[in-house]
Structures are given as C-alpha cells and as structure tokens.
Design a protein around this ligand. Structure first.
Ligand code: ADP
Ligand code: MG
Length: 476
C-alpha cells in the first residue's frame, strides 16, 4: 500500500520523537490497550497495543470492494457450514493426516448422527486481504484467509481511528485526517450477539465469552462485553476448564453453568490445538455443540474457515454450488481469490509440488492452523516439500500464491522497541456478522474493518504473534 505521509516527516527526528509520545498517550487515553506477557491475567499493569505511528494509504475503491463483498462471504460461510457432503468431501484428505482438523471433524460427525438442527446460527468473522501489485502496475484485492472463529481486534479497532486522527491533527494534516474512515466493529459484534441472545428467548440466560488461559487481549473483548452489558445482557468470561467443572446439559439440552442458563457461547479460544489442553476441553466442546445454546461459531462454521476449504473454493465451478443462480456474486467473491493449489496425492498435487519447488519465492505453504507464525516460505518451504513430496503428510497443507504488496514506510510503536522507520506491508480485514433463524438470514452485515501492518522483513505473523501492529487505512 502507498505511504500516507511524506518522507520529510520521517526525516525530522525531533518531530518523530514528539509524535511518538503524543501517539502513545492518545492510544492509552482511547483504551487501545493490552495486558503484558508477564501478567496476562491481571490489569495492574497494562501497555498500549502495538500500532503504527501513521495511518497507511489504501485506495478507496479497494477498501469499498473489501467491505462490499463481506455480506457474500457471510452467506458463503453459512452455506458451507450446513453442507455436510461438501465438508466431508473437502476435508477427507486433510483429516487423514491432520489430527486437529480430524478432531474437530469428529465432533461435526457425532452431532450429525445425533441429529439435531439448531434453529439459530451466529457468525462473526473476518476476511483478510493484501493488495497484490500486479505486473501492469495496478493493485488487486486478494484474500489471505477468512477467520470464522475468534476473529479478533474488532474492539481495539473501534478506538484506533481517534488515535491516528489526533496524530494527524498535531502535525496539521487536517485534510488527511478526514480520510480515516470511522470504524466500530465492537458495536456490530454486540448487535449480532444481542440478536442471537434475543432469539434464544430467555431473559435470564447469559452470554459466555470462552477465553484462553492467557488473557493478554482482554480489552479487545471487554469493548464487546461492555456493549452487551449496556443492553442489559449479562456476560461471563470462562475457560474450557471452568465449563468442565460447572457446565451441564439439562433434559432438553439447554446448557447451564452452575444454575445459570447459557444463551450464546462466543468463542475467543478453541482455534489452536494448545487451547485444548486436556481431553476435558474436547468433552466441553462436544457438550456445547450438543446444546441448544447458540455457538459462535458452531462446528460446521469453524470447519468452513479452514484453509483447505479456502483452497477447494477456488477450484472451477465450486462457488457456483453455493450461488447457483447468482453469477454476479460468484464473480465478486472469485475476484478476491489468489491462486490456491491442492497438495492431495495424485497428479494435480504432484504438479503443485513441482511448481513450488521450481519457484519457491512465489508461493506460501500453509498448514490448517490459525494464530500466525505457522506458514512456511522460501527455502524452508522447499525443504519441507522435498521431504514430504511422496508422503500423504503433504495433504495437511495447501499451497498458495504469495501476494506481493507494495511496501510503505512507517514507524511501528511497540513496548521496549526503538521506534525505527521500516518498510512495511499491510493486511486489510473486513468484519462480517450474521444471524440465521429457522433458515432465514435475519442479519447480514459488514460491521467494520481492521488494518494491520508489519515490517516487510517478516513473511508471517499477526498482532498476537508479536509481528504485526494495529493501523488505520487512510483512503486515497
Ligand atoms: P493465520 O491463520 O496464522 O493468521 P494466515 O493465512 O493469515 O494464517 O497467514 C499469516 C500471515 O502470513 C498473514 O497475516 C500474512 O502476513 C502472511 N501470508 C499468508 N498468506 C500469504 C500469501 N498468500 N501471500 C503473502 N503473505 C501471506
Ligand atoms: Mg491470519
């Protein structure tokens, strides 16, 4: 993406120093906060969430393209989540070799055999993109992935526009300041959670935020919790372990913790293998899935967000299965796909391996993992593919074109790191929410965006992985 701020500003160390302090204070004042790694479960000590000193230029048309396609991605994820045959066919090769996906899939199968059709579905997701710099000089919106479980930073992203607007104010760039779009995903998340809670229809029932053992990103979640409390909807933060101790299903499959009924379980954990620290965590996941409580996401929607599903969706004719009479929607979604290639056993997968080995810098090798830092690039990718090329283990991965965004200068502000000028790459996310009730979509919206920026030297890694930082688009 382009640079929003002229070079001169970076060249004035005194100004930069002053601005860094102004920016940090502004983020603390706005509540753009995290707990520290040393004390992840206490708010005695907090620190600003890492962010860029300046916003990053994003072409307006591309920003609107990302927001506009989001409601279609919502529908797509929801349809996939209910398409038993598609999930089975698509994930068959993956679950043969990937234990985590296999475990999730077995819950999906178990629920199917028990035969329950939940009447309310709630999705909160984030589709992430980079702007690919094509040979003809134009930029094109390409999806990195879609997160259908624990999509984070909607809370903090609701507060970051004020920080960058203030920074631009201080340097007298009032025109640019106006081009930072408003953002309030936290409000959108809570509206969707509230809608699902209302449809569940029990005034005394609570919403559980299922959280990790380490709660560094608690403030991001608090923004959403607090919006719910304002609506008089009670929320409780719980871990798998707590629900194991206190949770149960009653005779008609209502979920209770102690004697409190649960209307909605909102997952901010459960997306990584290490979130399931014991067999009991898996028991809890199954119990919640069996229950009448609304799961955000349910197991089908979780599986719909796997990278294997993303790869299969890019095959010719597959999107048409979900939008048979809507070629414009198919076109709109497909325009955001990068090249995605199977590594299943057989001639097609062999071709993908050959292609990657011949030009390792053009591709990314991705396992079915979330949370950043799992993908494999360059010479390491070649080593892994050489080792796995004749083994079914390669089916745990997909291959993807490496997207090539244009670097822009910025300064990353992070605790204990000198604020140096870096060449940076950005990733734009669009937040989607939807609620389905008895087969009808009663809510389907794009509720905001997230821009994250990292130093170009890092191939991979999100904010929680300690690589990317929060940013804002400045529309140009
Ligand atoms: P995760 O589920 O771990 O977040 P992602 O698919 O989002 O996995 O990949 C993590 C990071 O790796 C992204 O934030 C991005 O920086 C980088 N990345 C992933 N896919 C690509 C790609 N196709 N081209 C360039 N960078 C990529
Ligand atoms: Mg990601």
């Amino acid at each position: 993406m382009e640079q929003a701020i002229p070079d001169e500003m970076f060249m004035n160390p005194k100004l930069v120093h002053e601005l860094v302090e102004v920016a940090k204070d502004a983020s603390l004042l706005q509540g753009v906060l995290m707990r520290t790694q040393e004390t992840p479960n206490s708010s005695e000590l907090v620190v600003y969430a890492p962010f860029t000193l300046f916003p990053t230029a994003v072409p307006e048309a591309i920003y609107h393209q990302a927001l506009a396609v989001q409601t279609h991605y919502n529908v797509l994820m929801d349809k996939i989540s209910q398409d038993v045959d598609f999930l089975q066919e698509t994930l068959a090769s993956t679950i043969a070799v990937d234990d985590f996906t296999a475990r999730l899939f077995s819950i999906h199968q178990q629920i199917l055999t028990e035969g329950r059709a939940p009447s309310i579905a709630l999705g909160i997701n984030r589709s992430d993109y980079m702007l690919d710099h094509r040979g003809d000089g134009t930029l094109s919106l390409k999806q990195i992935e879609i997160n259908t479980i624990a999509a984070s930073f909607g809370g903090l992203a609701s507060r970051t526009p004020s920080v960058h607007r203030h920074v631009l104010n201080v340097v007298g760039r009032l025109e640019e300041r106006r081009r930072i779009p408003d953002n309030d995903p936290a409000a959108g998340f809570s509206r969707a959670l509230a809608k699902a809670w209302e449809l569940y229809g029990s005034k005394s029932a609570i919403i559980i935020f299922l959280v990790e053992e380490s709660n560094v990103n608690v403030f991001d979640q608090r923004f959403v919790e607090n919006e719910l409390w304002k609506r008089n909807i009670p929320t409780k933060r719980m871990q798998f372990e707590d629900i194991h101790k206190m949770g149960s299903l009653n005779h008609d499959k209502r979920l209770f913790v102690n004697d409190q009924e649960v209307a909605v379980v909102y997952f901010r954990s459960g997306y990584m293998p290490h979130n399931y620290s014991s067999e009991q965590s898996w028991d809890v996941r199954l119990m919640m899935e069996r229950s009448l409580a609304v799961k955000c996401p349910d197991i089908g929607t979780h599986l719909a967000g796997t990278k294997k599903v993303q790869q299969v969706l890019a095959k010719p004719g597959v999107l048409e299965r979900f939008f048979p009479d809507q070629p414009q929607i198919v076109e709109q979604i497909r325009a955001t796909f990068a090249g995605l290639y199977t590594l299943d056993m057989g001639p097609e997968g062999d071709k993908s391996v050959e292609m990657a080995l011949a030009a390792p810098d053009r591709f990314v090798l991705k396992p079915q993992r979330e949370g950043g830092g799992n993908n494999i690039y360059g010479s390491e990718m070649s080593d892994v593919l050489q080792r796995l090329k004749d083994s079914p283990e390669r089916m745990a991965y997909i291959l993807m074109d490496k997207i090539q965004p244009i670097p822009a200068k910025n300064i990353l502000l992070r605790r204990d790191a000198a604020p140096e000028i870096r060449d940076c790459l950005s990733e734009l996310g669009a937040f989607g929410v939807y609620v389905r009730h008895d087969g009808d979509m009663v809510m389907n919206e794009c509720v905001g965006h997230l821009l994250r920026t990292k130093s170009a030297e890092h191939a991979d890694g999100g904010v929680s992985a300690g690589v990317a930082v929060l940013d804002n688009p400045l529309l140009v």
